[in-house]
Write a protein that binds this ligand. Structure first.
Ligand code: MRU
Length: 349
């Protein structure tokens, strides 16, 4: 069965990058044009574009825009400015490794071309960035197809946050698995956690699944244990922002709670992510830097305060799920199983 979805949250077209503004979905669908690297950094920080693979490609496109901006610099200035831009883009969101991964890939690619005239370097960097964009969709489709093999017929899949087309260049990771599974079996269903505080589940996951006519039920974050206890959830599939060499996985805050409750109820818990999300430079989740976001994400909903003034707030955007809670990691090279230290090493070769 073919799906309708043509959601393209990020597209490099000529000298511009077109983003879907994810801060106003689902009430408004609007595209924004980004023409310089500073605006791209702002779009990443403010989550106009969000989701690990999507901010990776947004970061790469930020480098492409910068290269175009620096086209008349001399070589030294060009590479110095490009390096500064890379650091600036990477600093916008620290947890998702895809951002640093993609930015560094493109910067290294530019460095290798350093003997060419600057105009040629720029042209190559821009077309390489476009290639990375298109590659992301192919990777997600592979993840989707491997994942679809382990989705039981008629399964109800619980997911957290948005690991869909909107969080990537298209198709999605966790929702890529859902899409591929649904293409084979239209009796599968999704339960989407609302995902406080930014509500990516409520605002984005439900929106994109409804585009594809995939049945989705929205639940508040605290309800997941209830539905697991009632036997209404067959599997959990989530995305990832950074996976350590031992399989410990950082994903949207609340993922860890889900994994523990799933383990208690013997419900399989899968992570779907491209290999670029695996950071083999860190041994375990303890080394993952967790982004702390502004307090008003917690204290305000739709511009209105929801709590007493003066209350203490801590707002970590991600948490780390231990590898022993994870049934498998679905990647473009297949499904990695424990012992993750071994399966990850082999997949990353
Ligand atoms: O803060 P966000 O919305 O960027 O967080 C997104 C997530 O946690 C996703 O689950 C993760 O990036 C995987 S997206 C394929």
């Amino acid at each position: 069965m073919a799906l309708n979805s043509t959601i393209k949250p990020i597209e490099l077209i000529g000298t511009k990058v077109i983003l879907i503004d994810q801060t106003i979905l689902p009430n408004e669908y609007k595209k924004v044009e980004i023409t310089n690297y500073k605006d791209m950094a702002k779009a990443i920080k403010e989550m106009i574009v969000r989701g690990a693979p999507a901010i990776g490609i947004a970061g790469a496109h930020g480098i492409a825009l910068a290269a175009m901006e620096f086209i008349n610099y001399d070589k030294n200035q060009f590479f110095q400015s490009l390096r500064q831009t890379a650091d600036y883009l990477i600093s916008q969101r620290p947890t998702a490794v895809n951002l640093a991964w993609a930015v560094e890939q493109l910067y290294e690619y530019a460095l290798k071309l350093k003997d060419l005239p600057i105009k040629e370097i720029v042209a190559n960097v821009v077309s390489q960035s476009k290639k990375m964009e298109l590659e992301d969709i192919k990777i997600n489709k592979k993840i989707g197809d491997f994942g679809a093999e382990i989705v039981p017929k008629g399964a109800t899949i619980l997911t957290h946050c948005n690991a869909g087309a909107l969080a990537t260049v298209g198709y999605g990771t966790a929702l890529g698995v859902v899409r591929s599974a649904f293409a084979k079996d239209q009796t599968i269903k999704v339960f989407a956690d609302e995902t406080r505080p930014r509500l990516q589940g409520a605002k984005l996951t439900t929106w994109e699944l409804i585009q594809d006519n995939i049945p989705v039920t929205l639940i508040t974050d605290g309800m997941s244990g209830y539905f697991m206890q009632k036997g209404m959830i067959d599997m959990v599939i989530v995305g990832a922002d950074r996976i350590a060499a031992n399989g410990d996985t950082a994903n949207k805050i609340g993922t860890y709670n889900l994994a523990i409750v799933a383990k208690f109820h013997k419900i399989p818990f899968y992570v779907a992510a491209p290999l670029s999300t695996i950071d083999i430079n860190i041994a375990s989740g303890e080394e993952i830097l967790i982004e702390e976001r502004e307090q008003n994400e917690v204290t305000y909903i739709n511009g209105k305060a929801i709590c007493a003034k003066g209350v203490n707030i801590i707002n970590p955007a991600f948490d780390v799920t231990y590898n022993n809670l994870i049934t498998g990691i679905i990647t473009e090279k297949g499904i990695l199983r424990p012992n993750y230290s071994i399966s990850i090493k082999q997949a990353k070769l």
